[in-house]
Each structure stands twice: as C-alpha cells, then as structure tokens.
Design a protein around this ligand. Structure first.
Ligand code: WT7
Length: 701
C-alpha cells in the first residue's frame, strides 16, 4: 500500500491475536446498463453453487466446453489432497479455444496484437487464421521437433501473437507448456527448463520495450548453458522472429540447434494436425512461481478442470460475450495471462488484445488510445498499473472516447482511493469493477463480487466465487467468525476444478505447503478435512466481503508479481564478498512492495559501491530486472537471535520506519540502532501503524 496513512487498515498486534479496524467503505451498485446485459444476473446462481450442490455444481462450467468424451465422475477424492476432476472425460484445450469457433466466428478477430511502436499497425488474427497458424506450428512441433503428448517445452517469449499460437499448438498435441515470463533472465529460464525436463526451448529474437529493441535471443544462450549445468540438455531452440526474415539479435544461431520458425514452418504450410483427445486430468501446463524456499515451484495445471474453471469464470465474472473486445494488460508469462488472456477468453470466442510494450510508452495516453482505437469494452489490470497511470496522467482518460462496461483489478490489494480513481476517471462511472483475489496455484478467481449481482466495495475482493467456500482460520485451526474484526489466514474449505494438481515432481512439497497446516486428519478421504492454505492474511466483516491483507510468508508482492525473498537471498550469497544476506519488503507508492537487501560482508572485505553494484547485477542476471532491489545496505552484522537466526522482521521494520518491537532478546541488540541510523538517519521516526503484511513479515522466525 502506498503509505501507512492512505492505507485504511490500521492494526494493533499482540501475541495472541491481531485486531484489524478500518474505515468501512461505502458500496457502489453495478450500473443498470451493465446488469441488463450481464451473462450472470440471476441470484439463483448462489443456490446452484451452494455447498449442498458441491461438487456437481461445477458441471455448469464443464458444460460450457466441447468434450470428446463426457466424464464419469465429477470429483474423485480417493487420494487427498490430489483431487481429480471430470474423471473419464476426454478433451482438447486447443480444439475448445480454436476449432469449435470456426463454424460461427471464423472471420472474427481472436487476437489483436498491438506492437509497442505506434507506427506499426495492430496485427489482427482471426479465428480462421489462428486455426491455420496453430495447426502449422503444431505440425512443426510434432514432425520437426519430435514432441509428443506429455513432453514438456519451455517458452520464453514477449507479448506477441506468436506466444498464444505456440501455447495452443502445444495444447493441441498434449505437450505440457511451461511459459517463463519474458522479463526473467536467461538463467531463471534455464533453471525452470531443467526442472521441467524440457529439451526444446522456444524464443523470440527480440521485442520492443520503452522504444528500444531488446535482444532477447541472447537470453537463450544463457538458458541453454544453465540447463546443461543442471544436467538437462537442450537439443533445439526454436526462434520466432519479430520481423520474419530479419534477425534482430546479435546472438549467433547455433547450427543444428537453433532454427528460425519462419524458415521451418514453410515446410508445414497447409498442414492440419488433429487435436489429441486428452484425459481431463492430463497436465496442460506448468507455471513456475516463488515460494518460501529458494527454488521456484512448478504449479502443474490439469486440462479439463482448469479449462472449465477459466471458461466459467471468464463468462460469469469477466462477463465476456463473443462480441466483446477484451483487453487484459497482464503478461501472458504469468497465470493471469494464461487464464484470462489466452484460455478463458478464447474458449468463449472473444477478441483478446495483446499489447507488446510499456503502458506509458510513448506517453501517458497510450493505453487509452489503444482502448479507443480497438473499441475495447472490458479492461483488466493491476493496482500497480492503475497507480502508475494515475501518477503519469491523472486526466488522460478523459481525452479519449473509449467506453468500458467492465473493469478488473487483480494481483494486489487496491487502496480505496486508487479504486475510486479507477471507477470515476478510467471507468467514467459507467463500468462495473471486480477486484479478483487468487493465486498462480488456483487457476482462476477465488474471491470477487459477481458483477451483475453484487454491490462493489472499494478495497475488498468480495465473497467467495460460486462454488468456492473460503474461511479465515487462526493459528489454532479455529474459524474466525465474520464480523469479529480479527485477521487470520484465508483458506478455501473445498476443492475446485482450477486448483493445481501438484508441484511438478514434488508431491510432498505440495501437501506440506498448502494442506499440512490445517489438515486435522491426514488419513481422511473427506475433502472437508483438507482446507487449502493460501498464505494470505485476510479479514471478514459481517457483510461477507473478504479483504485481503497480503502474504503471511516469505513472498514479496512486487507490482503484483511474486518474488521469493529466499530466491533473492540465494542470489546475493553467490557474490564472493557476501557472508550473509536478508531481503525484506518495503512499501512503494507505485509498485506496492519492493525488495530491499541487507548484506553482511566476509571479514576480509570493506563496504564499497562496487559490492552493492555487484549484488544488484547478480540479482538481475540470476532472476531478472523485476527483482531489482531498491537499495542494498551493507551492515556490520545482522540482527540475530541467540541461536543465530537473522531477525528479518527487525530489518523490515527499519526499512519501513516501523517500530522494531522487542529486541532485548537478540544476541546483538546494539547493532539494531547502528543499522537504523545508517538507514534512516539519526532522528527517530518509527511508527506503530502500518500495513499488516509488513508488520507480520518475518514474525514466524
Ligand atoms: C498473491 C498471488 C492472481 C493472479 C496474479 C497474482 C496477491 C492477488 C489480489 C487481490 C489482494 C491479491 C495475494 C496472493 N493478490 N490478487 N485482488 N487483492 N491481494 O498471482 O503471483 O500467484 O500472487 O497476490 O497476496 O497470494 P500470484
């Protein structure tokens, strides 16, 4: 949150409980014009998806899809918490997002890809064109790269139409795609490729960012070398070119390993590849995300349940009709892009917009010009982007004649005053807003208002989605009643079709991470004994609208993206001079949270700018620019417990000018004041009030 004052959640903490008070926000009614046309405007949905109808209620979503074979069992709970959905069903995701729309919509735009350079025209891909390109590329994957159902492929690409084409070609053959966010480094990509066992990488040579051509193929060299170091050999790198026929990267093409897609695909012109009927439970993709350890985890998502869940929620919550022009500004390299740029919208035959570049390039009006030109009517973005657009051009939206019926905010808590700017200025008071809370692991939305039914409340995600029964638990595994004013850990009591299947290659970690905390009886085959632990703090007032407070683990939410503090710390520790490292979240006006790094040096070294620069550079190469710390502090020693553990909560308090709390039990309490003065200056300014996640950070240690 921007700062402690604009954050209306003001909290008091003691050992046993956290009481959270905030100013209650007024409700907003969805505009009548929206309600009249909404896919979901009949409150009977609440009854249909009530607990007594679980799990059968989710057939409503599965029935929105075209199945090769209908399922026998909706939910199989025989191996908790490895739930199986729509068992016995056969389905293909590519067929559902492409082929089935041809009869009615072949001439309709499926994708409109907007290049960052404003003098390059948007690229329109109709459903027919998508069908042709997906088939040709699938033929290439099968016949040239030798890939088949169940193989994994790592895709490291920017926001271009070729990215969904690549994903859908994989899905057509049952190849499990693992898309790595384009802004991650080659090294981060290589580690993920190795973990997934990919022997093929798919790249693009370059792309535009802030008006500059980024040499992206250069990252492929590092990715291949990193994967090989991890014992995974890469035998092919398929390279799309930003301008077919014209290579924009300086990295050499390695003979026999690297191939230009636009060269090779010519051999498959006109080829058709039958979509492979996949088991509903076959994995569709992996999406790596950060957790509490240094190693990112591959969230494995299933085909049938996932596609059903994103289709149902895109229809009901995003309110997508085939005639809508839908623009989600997220990156396809994150789960939001998978679910709500590619699979959900395309499954509903919508037009989905993809933008290559920076929202404020070349100026603060760009987003609104795109919306106006393409006549976008559904808009989806994050609080960070909203804060940035407000900061750079608070009056800009008024200059353009777009008209949104629906807007989404996702990825971080949104401050009520930022919400109101979104509503008043961006939405021109005509658009409904949904604040959707969910995670990479979840496949789709978990909490949100139903846009055609529920009133909106700024800063609160809202009630559980249809068929999702959330609860807030305390540390003793008791449910905290609504309206008590106490914060706790938000959990989902039941399984749902979008939940990940497992962590790729690590079943134990899956159980430990999400279920061990609140499962009372590990022998039980009853789903009621297996609440899903989301690692977010939340409060629930009497109206049933969940308000998400932020992560309760070692994850930092930077601009709506997840970074593991342990990942950053491991990167710091590879710097020769560094003996110890601790990473903490710091409140940032635009990005929500940013990381700050504390390092202690080995005895032989003195602090220097070279060392701090080296720490920053190492983080950028090992993870990517998104993990760039705001500051690196070199400290004489870390604040530690008597048993030698670094007290990250003390460092987080110093970085955020919060009260450091009780430090008398530390082994070296004096160092705290030294660090404080070095970071904040002599004067004492600490406050007891602040965002809950910052106050909780490192508490467990
Ligand atoms: C974390 C998940 C959801 C896809 C994009 C991020 C935070 C997400 C909200 C929201 C408050 C939110 C949570 C969550 N978060 N949506 N509407 N309000 N916080 O996916 O990278 O897996 O991050 O983002 O802390 O745990 P992710």
């Amino acid at each position: 949150m921007a700062d402690a004052k604009s954050n209306s959640a003001v909290a008091e903490t003691n050992e046993a409980q956290i009481a959270v008070h905030w100013k209650e926000e007024e409700y907003f009614d969805p505009p009548a014009s929206f309600v009249a046309q909404a896919n979901l405007n009949d409150p009977a949905v609440n009854e249909r998806f009530a607990e007594k109808n679980f799990p059968k209620c989710f057939e409503e979503y599965a029935d929105m899809l075209t199945w090769f074979r209908r399922w026998d069992t909706v939910l199989d709970t025989s191996d908790p918490p490895f739930w199986k959905w729509f068992v016995g069903g056969k389905i293909n995701a590519s067929f559902n997002c492409v082929d089935r729309h041809l009869a009615k919509h072949k001439n309709k735009a499926a994708l409109i890809a907007v290049p960052e350079l404003e003098n390059e025209d948007p690229v329109v891909i109709t459903y027919q064109e998508l069908y042709v390109r997906v088939n040709e590329f699938a033929a290439l994957l099968r016949d040239f790269a030798g890939l088949k159902a169940g193989d994994r492929v790592t895709i490291h690409m920017p926001m271009v139409a070729e990215l969904p084409i690549t994903m859908l070609a994989c899905a057509r053959l049952g190849i499990v795609h693992s898309v790595v966010f384009g802004g991650f480094s080659g090294e981060a990509c290589g580690l993920r490729a190795a973990d997934s066992g990919s022997r093929v990488l798919i790249y693009m040579d370059g792309y535009y960012r802030s008006g500059k051509m980024i040499d992206h193929k250069a990252a492929a060299e590092i990715a291949v070398a990193t994967a090989e170091k991890e014992g995974q050999s890469i035998d092919k790198v398929l390279v799309w070119r930003r301008y077919p026929g014209k290579y924009v990267s300086a990295a050499p093409m390695v003979k026999g390993r690297d191939f230009f897609v636009d060269d090779v695909v010519g051999n498959y012109r006109g080829k058709r590849v039958d979509p492979v009927p996949m088991d509903a439970e076959a994995p569709l993709f992996l999406m790596y995300t950060s957790g509490t350890t240094g190693k990112p985890k591959g969230c494995q998502h299933r085909t049938g349940g996932y596609l059903a869940y994103v289709t149902g929620t895109s229809k009901y919550i995003q309110d997508i009709h085939p005639e809508d022009v839908y623009w989600c500004m997220a990156d396809i390299g994150w789960i939001t892009g998978h679910s709500y740029i590619v699979y959900g919208p395309l499954s509903l035959a919508a037009t989905s917009v993809i933008y290559e570049g920076v929202p404020t390039f070349p100026d603060a009006g760009r987003v609104w010009r795109i919306a106006e030109r393409l006549d976008v009517n559904i808009f989806h973005t994050s609080p960070t982007a909203i804060r940035m657009l407000r900061k750079t051009g608070p009056e800009e939206p008024k200059k353009y004649h777009y008209r949104f019926k629906h807007m989404t905010t996702v990825g971080e808590p949104i401050e009520p005053d930022v919400w109101r700017w979104y509503y008043d200025v961006v939405g021109k008071r005509e658009a409904v807003i949904v604040d959707t809370w969910w995670q990479t692991e979840n496949g789709g939305f978990l909490c949100s208002t139903k846009p055609g039914i529920d009133r909106m409340k700024p800063g609160s995600a809202g009630p559980g989605m249809p068929g999702i029964y959330p609860t807030i638990k305390d540390e003793k595994n008791e449910d905290i009643p609504a309206g008590s004013g106490k914060a706790g850990n938000i959990c989902i009591r039941n399984p749902w079709p979008g939940i990940m299947q497992t962590i790729w290659g690590d079943r134990d970690r899956f159980v430990r991470q999400y279920y061990s905390k609140y499962c009372k009886n590990p022998q039980s085959k009853d789903w009621r004994d297996w609440p899903y632990f989301a690692a977010d703090g939340a409060v629930l007032p009497a109206d049933g609208y969940f308000r998400i407070l932020g992560r309760v683990d070692d994850v930092i939410n930077v601009a709506g993206h997840r970074l593991g503090t342990k990942e950053l710390e491991s990167a710091c520790l590879t710097v020769e001079e560094v003996a110890e490292a601790a990473v903490v979240p710091v409140a940032d006006e635009v990005k929500g949270r940013v990381p700050e790094v504390y390092v202690a040096l080995k005895p032989a070294y003195a602090p220097s700018k070279e060392i701090t620069d080296k720490v920053v550079a190492t983080i950028e190469t090992m993870i990517g620019k998104i993990a760039r710390p705001r500051k690196v502090h070199i400290v004489p020693d870390m604040p530690k417990t008597r048993s030698g553990k670094i007290m990250r909560r003390v460092l987080a308090a110093i970085s955020n000018t919060l009260d450091t709390g009780d430090i008398t039990t530390l082994a070296n309490p004096d160092v705290v004041e030294q660090i404080r003065v070095a970071v904040q200056g002599k004067e004492k300014v600490a406050t007891k009030e602040g965002p809950e996640d910052l106050k909780q950070f490192g508490k467990e240690e």
